[in-house]
Design a protein around this ligand. Sequence first.
Ligand code: ARG
Length: 401
Amino acid sequence: MTERIVLAYSGGLDTSVAIGWIGEATGAEVIAVAVDVGQGGESLETIRQRALGCGAVEAYVADARDEFANEYAMPTLKANALYQGHYPLVSAISRPVIVKHLVKAAREFGATTVAHGCTGKGNDQVRFEVGIQTLGPDLKCIAPVRDLALTRDKAIAFAEEKGLPIETTKKNPYSIDQNVWGRAVETGYLEDIWNAPTKDIYDYTATPEFPPAPDEVTITFEAGVPVAIDGVKHTPLQIIQEMNRRAGAQGVGRIDVVEDRLVGIKSREIYEAPGAMALITAHKHLEDVTIEREQARFKATVGQRWSELVYDGQWFSPLKRSLDAFIEDTQKYVSGDIRMVLHGGQAIVNGRRSETSLYDFDLATYDTGDTFDQSMARGFIELWGMSSKVASGRDLRVQGK
Ligand code: ARG
């Protein structure tokens, strides 16, 4: 029987050409797999037809938007995950959901190999292949751009020669990856890290210099998950979409960073994640009110490690699973409302209320009604400083000799 290969298919030039290119190089039949993670643009049916027009023997399409929002974006929010303190893992969290569908399609269509369109320089090749190794250890991986010398020029020539139903003339100087959690733009003019991004780069956000009137929004959370906006219930997907719209209109969530790739290269990326950044801000502020201090401090460390694992392609690893369990446990009381003002590129929290709050007005107040016994503080400070005081006494003694 002819060998079958499932290909992660975006509908763009490179993966469209990859269908025939892989076929010619390996003699295998290619099954195109397109997964909707809220990247917008063309319909899955259009993409499916194009894949078939480019020579795929089958095309598998999946609307994974809710799955992505519930099982990938929500854990990222619970972790307040920002790789290197900046990047909300937009592309990094979409790869594992795509991998799940690739493996599912491989089983359904009897494929032995999985192909993807990544280059050999980035993180995404690692995320795809580590994910596939984990979920389908018997499956092989192939990347035509990296392994079969499929360059851009060759792709254009191939598409023209074979008359593939795909446009080859539209030249976008940027490499863009987007989904409902955000958008990543790199290459071209941005590779000079002194160059400021030009306005045409942005799509999810309006220019924050000319904001419309401030927009005040109240987000309700239940156990760490946003469930309503301004009192109206929504699914996680709808909440991300709505916050993309409202925070995006105010220019919230533009990020310009030089980041450390797993393969050891520093690279410059422009991100737009209006919904994600507004939601992470709101969620963190609710945690400040509802999570006990030591747990909160430790959770920040866990969140950072979680971000590194996910960035590095370890979504399905045992450590990531263990950290998920810790994070999930911290979210039990992260319920309540956060009110924030979206304006001029910022999302600023100005109110919080929660039935499970740890904020005790009577302890915090400086007015009458104060229940805090200030006389306890003297002894506490004495003991708190004791070990440093003893050490410092030793240092002075030794130095004095
Ligand atoms: N640097 C990001 C990451 O590794 C995004 C990668 C894809 N970016 C792109 N513009 N195509 O997760």
